[in-house]
Ligand binder design. Structure first.
Ligand code: G3H
Ligand code: 13P
Ligand code: NA
Ligand code: ZN
Length: 313
């Protein structure tokens, strides 16, 4: 069955790599994630956002994720699979996911006051741990857009707060803000976005070996943006976080890296290309199939060259 993230994080922190956390909303995305992780021998965290729940129905997504455990074994490698709620925004939402079979949840109280964040996160942890469900909390606010929330600038995590936060809440992992950003329009071309590895190092000094999570870790591959715009798309120019910096971060206690936007770009590029070049196609399999292939290649690349999670399952 599905597993929680505890053992995976322990091994990842010790081994100097990170577990991929990929969002999914539909069958083809899930298939691509599982195929890529089976072929590279990587554990995986399947993420369902609130938006994904509303779009695809939580019950269907959960059954897909549970089915993925069997599917991976059929493909030849029973990799560990976590089903995780991404950016849970209330105790009730987390409770509902815990009761219906998610093995991990995030409670994102990062926009609250410190005291409110501690209180809410602790409430979720106390509930979740009764069911052996792991909990991710967050301190600091990322720039960018996620669900309905958006922020213009980074509010970096304060290293001074992390020790108190993890001990008061009992969280299993901590998402931090050190310069990554949500969405496909993170930074303008010409900017030189840097992950603040110095803040990360200071956080690690306060809570040695504690599992750290990076959100907003898409790199916005320029080739994908180019293909989309060559085939009728109108994406504005933007760049993401370099894969080299993420690889560097993955060697530390960063043990979960969230990537969603790059998958959206890969899928859209493949679909636009097929529909542009073969306007006679109308069978969804003829464009969703190539989209799935392209997603799978993207995820394999991430596992091997960014996360370093290959051959760890
Ligand atoms: O951080 C947000 C994730 O990319 C999920 O996005 O809320 O549009 O499903 P979503
Ligand atoms: P990206 O938008 O950079 O892919 O980040 C995804 C994320 O953080 C999901 O929680
Ligand atoms: Na790591
Ligand atoms: Zn996120």
């Amino acid at each position: 069955g599905l597993v929680n993230s505890r053992e995976l994080f322990k091994k990842a922190v010790q081994g100097g790599y990170a577990i991929p956390a990929y969002n999914f909303n539909n069958l083809e995305q899930l298939q691509a994630i599982i195929m890529a992780c089976v072929e590279t021998g990587s554990p995986v965290i399947l993420q369902v956002s609130k938006g994904a729940r509303n779009y695809a129905n939580q019950t269907l997504l959960r059954h897909l994720a549970q089915g993925a455990v069997e599917y991976a074994a059929e493909l030849g490698h029973a990799i560990p699979i976590v089903l995780h709620l991404d950016h849970g925004d209330s105790f009730e939402l987390c409770k509902d996911c815990i009761e219906t079979g998610f093995s991990s949840v995030m409670i994102d109280g990062s926009h609250l006051s410190y005291e409110e964040n501690v209180k809410l996160t602790r409430q979720v942890v106390e509930y979740a741990h009764q069911f052996d469900v792991t909990v991710e909390g967050e301190l600091g606010v990322l720039a960018g857009i996620e669900d309905e929330v958006s922020a213009e600038t980074h509010t970096y995590t304060q290293p001074d707060e992390v020790e108190d936060f993890v001990s008061k809440t009992g969280v299993d992992s901590l998402a931090i803000s050190i310069g990554t950003s949500h969405g496909a329009f993170k930074f303008k071309p010409g900017e030189d976005p840097k992950i603040r590895l110095d803040i990360l190092a200071e956080i690690e000094r306060r809570i040695p070996g504690f599992p750290i999570v990076l959100h907003g870790s898409s790199s916005v591959p320029q080739e994908l943006v180019r293909i989309i715009n060559e085939h009728g798309g109108k994406l504005k120019d933007a760049i993401g976080i370099s894969e080299e910096q993420l690889r560097e971060a993955a060697k530390s206690a960063v043990c979960k890296i969230n990537i969603d936007s790059d998958g959206r770009l890969a899928m859209t590029a493949a679909i636009r290309k097929v529909l542009d070049e073969k306007p006679e196609e109308f069978d969804p399999r003829k464009y969703l199939g190539p989209a799935r292939d392209s997603l799978k290649e993207l995820y394999k690349h991430k596992n091997i060259h960014v996360l370093g999670s290959n051959d760890q399952a």
